[in-house]
Design a protein around this ligand. Structure first.
Ligand code: ADP
Ligand code: MG
Ligand code: MG
Length: 254
């Protein structure tokens, strides 16, 4: 049984105006096969949490821990965290000019496994995953994220998720800007990954819409660098009806 444990996480970032504290004591435990939705207003630190777990060097862990199956991740570089089983679908996926999707995926898989996947099986897996995500086969020859539409970028993130088979994935607003058809396709991919590999998921989102297709076991309200409230799926409905005002007021008062 795999588990991702985040304990008392404090994170700062260096800016031109000096160091600023963004995360102020985050506690979160995600077990294998669990889906945790993280909802919160803009600027509350959701992407910072995602980047910090993945190991972005810009974000400094001041205090606390990120443990995967008991192993401390905080001092490991990005690639070692990926090998340990962590995956981040970024809010703004980056272009990699000159690198075709098919080569990118194979290189990533090889780096993760320590050996190249057998060509026949791999080619078949890629073809099947692309078909499941309704991606045209010509897509494999395009350069990563270059000229991709918003929906194509997000689908490409899910394609990686399905092929690289991490233990835990963080999806940072993967639903933003998707029309309902693309949203369903993305959700199907995530649900497949969960069913096939017992994926544990941190689903960062502004909207409850995606939670109709990817049902969360837990919902966390994220405000001002920490978890302000924990609940079940009903908490998402409440947020949709009431917004974040209640939490923001509590924060500014207390
Ligand atoms: P969210 O994803 O919830 O919208 P972010 O984690 O992106 O929030 O940002 C939280 C706060 O930290 C914001 O005020 C943002 O401007 C600041 N911040 C995040 N990353 C950086 C950075 N690399 N440099 C400067 N400020 C940052
Ligand atoms: Mg934001
Ligand atoms: Mg963000």
């Amino acid at each position: 049984m795999s588990v991702l444990e985040i304990h008392d996480l404090h994170v700062s970032v260096e800016t031109e105006q000096g160091k600023i504290d963004i995360l102020k004591g985050v506690d979160l435990t995600v077990n294998e096969g669990e889906i945790h939705a993280i909802m919160g207003p803009n600027g509350s630190g959701k992407s910072t949490l995602a980047y910090t777990i993945a190991g972005h060097p810009k974000y400094h862990v001041e205090r606390g821990s990120i443990k995967l199956d008991g192993n401390e991740m905080t001092d490991l570089p990005v690639d070692e965290r990926a090998r340990a089983g962590l995956f981040l679908a970024m809010q703004y996926p980056v272009e990699i000019p000159g690198v075709a999707v098919t080569n990118f995926l194979r290189t990533a898989k090889t780096a993760l496994d320590g050996e190249a996947p057998a060509l026949r099986g791999w080619t078949k897996d890629v073809r099947e995953a692309m078909k499941n995500l309704r991606m045209d086969s010509s897509f494999a020859q395009r350069n990563v994220n270059e000229g991709f539409s918003g929906g194509e970028k997000k689908r490409h993130e899910i394609l990686q998720l399905e092929l690289l088979k991490p233990k835990f994935a963080i999806l940072d607003e993967t639903d933003s800007g998707l029309d309902v058809d693309a949203l369903k396709i993305v959700a199907e991919g995530v649900n497949r990954a969960k069913a096939e590999t017992g994926l544990g998921l941190l689903l960062i989102t502004h909207y409850t819409r995606i939670l109709r297709y990817i049902q969360p076991d837990f919902v966390h309200v994220f405000v001002d660098g920490r978890v302000a409230e924990n609940g079940g799926p009903e908490l998402a409905d409440r947020l949709e009806a009431e917004g974040y005002d209640r939490f923001l007021t509590e924060t500014s008062v207390g």
